[in-house]
Design a protein around this ligand. Structure first.
Ligand code: PBG
Length: 329
């Protein structure tokens, strides 16, 4: 029935009707907070490209996470800034039970046993060449990398990491990691796979955060997906689910909302998106320049993920968003 019987604005007349007809919601339960952990004592350093984001040392994690826990953020994702001298061609530090991510996980579980911890599995924080896998004859090799990833995943599970998140995009890694975890008795360790991860320029600031930017030779196009593709994302998701992924992720986020929507429509499984460093940088720098309203834009950028079909979002705005949501109550 058309105008004037139908007036779309009627349901927008006041706040209570707008709330009644709202189709999606964003709550703190939908937020995952990625954090950067560095070596040393009492360290707290700013990341230039990501205003407001810092790297902190393990001893400062208790303070760093206090507000996130207080606000009820369900989980965090830890990214270690591996010291220069511990990076090598094989990424051996990834298997060290006392590496940064493992120390961070143990420290966090000591203070906040109910906070979920996600551990990224890929070799790039540990390799001197900056690639996610092993290199042989100038090629990032798939099958040899899988064995290292499996050991890396088990190492993280032993340190108390609850969710293993393979971000490397090697073929077959989810299955290999699942079997390795099960063999070691970690049947309950979940896998959130970066299933559709694109070779994106939006990861730029992240590489500054990890201090791995300069070292990367070439690009990641032989393993991360071509931004031009969408059907391929569905195949990637299907394979990861078959191999045992409990949750899947699309990454980056905002420029890939169409992929999120297609995945959600095709698979009724827990789906997450990563609002990556470059997306954060664009927004945070626009806020600093006074170009966008900070609170409204943060919430709008996050509800977009929910509308597209995500269960939750990894976002550097997680704590701030949770704070805004609490104030709105
Ligand atoms: C590592 C990894 C990357 C990100 C998460 N895990 C970078 C990359 O693949 O080059 C990016 C996160 C961000 O940009 O916020 N495999």
């Amino acid at each position: 029935m058309a105008f004037p019987a139908t007036r779309m604005r009627r349901n927008r007349v006041d706040d209570f009707t707008r709330r009644l007809v709202r189709e999606t919601c964003l709550t703190t339960d939908h937020l995952i907070w990625p954090i950067f952990v560095c070596d040393g004592q009492n360290q707290h350093s700013a990341i230039k490209a990501m205003p407001g984001v810092t790297r902190v040392s393990v001893d400062r994690l208790k303070d760093h996470l206090a507000e996130a826990v207080e606000l009820g953020i369900p989980a965090i994702a830890i990214f270690p800034v591996t010291p220069e001298d511990l990076r090598d061609a094989m990424g051996r530090e990834a298997e060290n039970p006392d590496n940064l991510i493992c120390r961070a996980a143990r420290e966090i579980k000591k203070h906040y046993p109910n906070l979920g911890i996600i551990g990224d599995v890929a070799l790039d924080p540990y390799t001197d060449h900056g690639h996610d896998g092993l290199i042989s004859d100038d090629e990032v090799v798939n099958d040899a990398t899988l064995e290292v990833l499996a050991r890396q995943a088990v190492n993280q599970a032993r340190a108390g990491i609850d969710i293993i998140a393979p971000s490397d995009m090697m073929d077959g890694r989810v299955g290999v990691i699942r079997r390795a975890l099960d063999q070691e008795g970690f049947q309950n360790t979940r896998i959130m796979s970066y299933a559709a991860k694109y070779a994106s320029a939006f990861y730029g600031p992240f590489r500054e955060a990890l201090q791995s930017g300069g070292r990367l030779k070439g690009d990641k196009k032989t393993y991360q997906m071509d931004p031009a593709n969408t059907d391929e994302a569905l195949r990637e998701v299907a394979l990861d689910l078959e191999e045992g992924a409990d949750m899947v992720m699309v990454k980056p986020g905002m420029p890939y909302l169409d992929i999120i929507h297609r995945v959600r429509t095709a698979f009724k499984v827990p789906l997450f998106a990563y609002q990556v460093s470059g997306e954060y940088a664009m927004l945070a720098n626009a806020f600093e320049a006074g170009l966008l309203d900070r609170e409204k834009t943060i919430l709008e950028s996050l509800i977009a993920f929910r509308r597209a079909g995500c269960h939750g979002v990894l976002t550097y705005f997680a704590v701030e968003a949770a704070r805004i949501l609490q104030q709105q109550k």
